[in-house]
Design a protein around this ligand. Structure first.
Ligand SMILES: NC(=O)c1ccc[n+]([C@@H]2O[C@H](COP(=O)([O-])OP(=O)(O)OC[C@H]3O[C@@H](n4cnc5c(N)ncnc54)[C@H](OP(=O)(O)O)[C@@H]3O)[C@@H](O)[C@H]2O)c1
Length: 272
């Protein structure tokens, strides 16, 4: 451990979207080990059953036995109603003892990667994709910032789970690349506007999750599809745990430039 790394994330309120599976579930597990007693978590996704299974697992963990409070919010983040239920649960879980609010905007969808850009002729389809992947992320972040305002001694960290697709075009991934690019710029603007926030866009690398399985089987572009299949066959996908360890290190060190895009492989990474 470097001398500039803190030992824990404080007495934190962690709000994690897309916590039912994949990377979000791992983030919840790893964060639970790094927060101080008296911390709380609000976990959200559509699958209530998977969230409750994670809640039960955390309750039996060392953190749970030390008093970590975990609330599940089964909600569709593409709907305003779902988003509001997350905000009210976060408000309820907040207390004067909390010294760190951490919002992890992790939930996302891949969109239809089986088609090329020229086929996206229906505004309703594109709007629906952007509603979950961009609008809900902006509005949830804004509402959390309003509901849990700045006060002395309170750190507020906003994490955006991003992708290389925010920076590079991937053929047949128009929706996903557009959403990730828009989302990332939105967080750069936020970081510029609010210097007291700690804003990070973390790119976790190719992860062995359901999203990656869909990418491997459904991507229309043959070269990209082959790249993903080859990576899977060669065992080159990262585990969620390995990538999450890098994110936790970044949060503990807390030395990133607010608004930065940081890739798990470092600044020179440029192929999927
Ligand atoms: N996998 C990769 O290779 C990779 C690479 C770079 C970046 N990323 C990014 O990493 C993050 C996590 O990806 P992942 O691979 O873990 O994906 P995943 O396995 O598909 O999980 C996505 C999560 O988002 C939730 N979600 C999806 N739609 C939702 C909705 N309408 N409302 C609420 N929650 C919703 C899902 O839960 P429910 O279905 O229960 O709602 C699930 O918990 C994403 O932001 C992704 O873009 C992934």
């Amino acid at each position: 451990m470097s001398s500039s790394q803190r030992a824990d994330l404080g007495r934190a309120l962690c709000i994690i979207t897309g916590a039912s599976r994949g990377f979000g579930r791992t983030v919840a597990r790893e964060m639970s080990r790094l927060v101080k007693p008296g911390s709380a978590m609000v976990l959200t996704a559509r699958s209530g059953e998977d969230l409750r299974a994670l809640q039960a697992e955390l309750a039996e963990s060392e953190a749970g036995r030390a008093g970590l409070k975990v609330q599940c919010v089964p909600a569709d983040l593409a709907q305003m109603e779902g988003l509001l239920s997350v905000v009210s649960e976060a408000e309820a879980a907040f207390s004067e003892h909390i010294d760190h609010v951490i919002l992890v905007n992790n939930a996302a969808s891949l969109g239809d990667v089986s088609r090329f850009t020229r086929t996206f002729t229906e505004m309703a389809e594109v709007d629906s994709y952007l509603s979950l992947n961009v609008s809900s992320c902006l509005c949830l972040t804004a509402r959390i910032l309003q509901a849990l305002p700045s006060r002395p001694g309170l750190q507020r960290s906003i994490i955006n789970i991003t992708s290389l697709c925010a920076l590079q075009p991937f053929c047949s991934w128009a929706l996903y690349c557009t959403g990730k690019a828009a989302r990332e710029m939105m967080f750069r603007v936020l970081a510029a506007e609010e210097p007291d926030l700690r804003v990070l866009s973390y790119s976790p690398g190719p992860l062995d999750t359901e999203m990656q399985a869909v990418a491997r089987s459904s991507t229309a572009d043959p070269d990209l599809r082959k790249t993903f299949s080859d990576m899977f066959a060669a065992g080159q996908l990262l585990t969620c745990e390995a990538s999450c360890a890098k994110l936790m290190k970044l949060l503990l060190e807390d030395s990133f430039t607010s608004g930065a895009h940081i890739d798990v492989f470092g600044p020179d990474h440029c192929v999927p």
